[in-house]
Design a protein around this ligand. Structure first.
Ligand SMILES: NC(=O)c1ccc[n+]([C@@H]2O[C@H](COP(=O)([O-])OP(=O)(O)OC[C@H]3O[C@@H](n4cnc5c(N)ncnc54)[C@H](O)[C@@H]3O)[C@@H](O)[C@H]2O)c1
Length: 255
């Protein structure tokens, strides 16, 4: 099923990462004008070039999602470029843990929360303020995780940060439903992206072991399978859906 988003204006954070890139490309391919953002310009030229055929348009604006002024500037850039903001996919996050809670340093905990939780909070805040100003509603999609429901070993701060993303999603969903702003989360399982590959390398794990344990299909998910879910949640096809956590996880949470 194709969800047309012709003329809709979108923001994607974490846009040069594995999922963000796929989501950006897919949004542009169904006609959305996307303000793509990541921490730095690295990879931006290639992303923009890969979207050249449209039919939507793309601009790139770097922003650190943990910094309020940079997030405000990102949202302002999106409306300056394309007009009223209609949807946003907040995918930026970090993951670097290999130890349980008592070994987690205070600094690592704060760093994880600053990007994964404060980053989503700030993104949602400025996106919602912009949508409220326009008065035409909108759709926000936060990329959470299966860790939002079920922890993996040795990921205390990451797990906490992703539980918090679900809390922010649900809280905003009920507070803004009457304004026409919908807020949902996607909970990916093991998706083949740089984040997953680096995590496996840190833990000395191979594909067969991880894919076998974390997916009932016995394979990793592909970033385009997350992008399809994001497209549905951004589009009017999901008009009665808000506050939902959509698992795209090869059945992991079902078992
Ligand atoms: N890959 C998986 O298996 C998996 C599973 C569950 C959830 N997730 C979540 O999916 C989302 C996308 O992850 P991915 O797998 O594509 O990872 P990725 O590492 O490929 O992409 C994440 C992107 O976020 C950016 N980023 C990091 N810190 C930032 C900051 N302070 N400001 C702005 N951008 C920043 C990175 O530069 C990177 O491009 C994340 O929220 C992640 O937690 C991933």
């Amino acid at each position: 099923m194709t969800h047309q988003l012709t003329g809709r204006n979108a923001i994607v954070t974490g846009a040069t990462g594995g999922m963000g890139r796929a989501i950006t490309r897919q949004l542009v391919s169904v006609g959305a004008n996307v303000t793509a953002s990541d921490l730095s310009d690295e990879g931006a030229d290639e992303l923009v070039a890969s979207c050249a055929e449209g039919p939507g348009a793309i601009n790139f604006q770097p922003a650190n999602v943990s910094q309020a002024d940079e997030v405000a500037a990102l949202v302002a850039a999106a409306t300056t470029s394309f007009g009223n903001l209609h949807c946003a996919v907040n995918a930026a996050a970090i993951e670097f843990e290999t130890v349980p809670l008592a070994q987690c340093t205070d600094e690592d905990f704060d760093r994880m929360m600053a990007v994964n939780t404060r980053g989503v909070f700030l993104s949602m805040k400025h996106e919602i303020l912009s949508m409220l100003e326009a008065g035409t509603g909108g759709s926000i999609v936060n990329i959470a995780s299966t860790n939002s429901f079920r922890p993996q070993h040795n990921q205390p701060a990451y797990t906490a940060s992703k539980h918090a993303v679900l809390g922010l999603t649900r809280s905003a969903a009920i507070d803004y439903a009457k304004t026409g702003i919908r807020v949902n989360a996607i909970c990916p399982g093991a998706i083949d992206t740089p984040m997953l590959r680096k995590a496996m390398e840190r833990r000395g794990r191979d594909v067969e072991d991880v894919a076998g344990r974390l997916s009932y299909f016995g394979r990793f998910g592909d970033a385009h399978e997350i992008a399809e879910a994001a497209l549905w949640l951004c589009s009017d096809a999901s008009s009665f859906t808000t506050g939902h956590a959509l698992a795209v996880d090869g059945g992991m949470l079902a078992g």
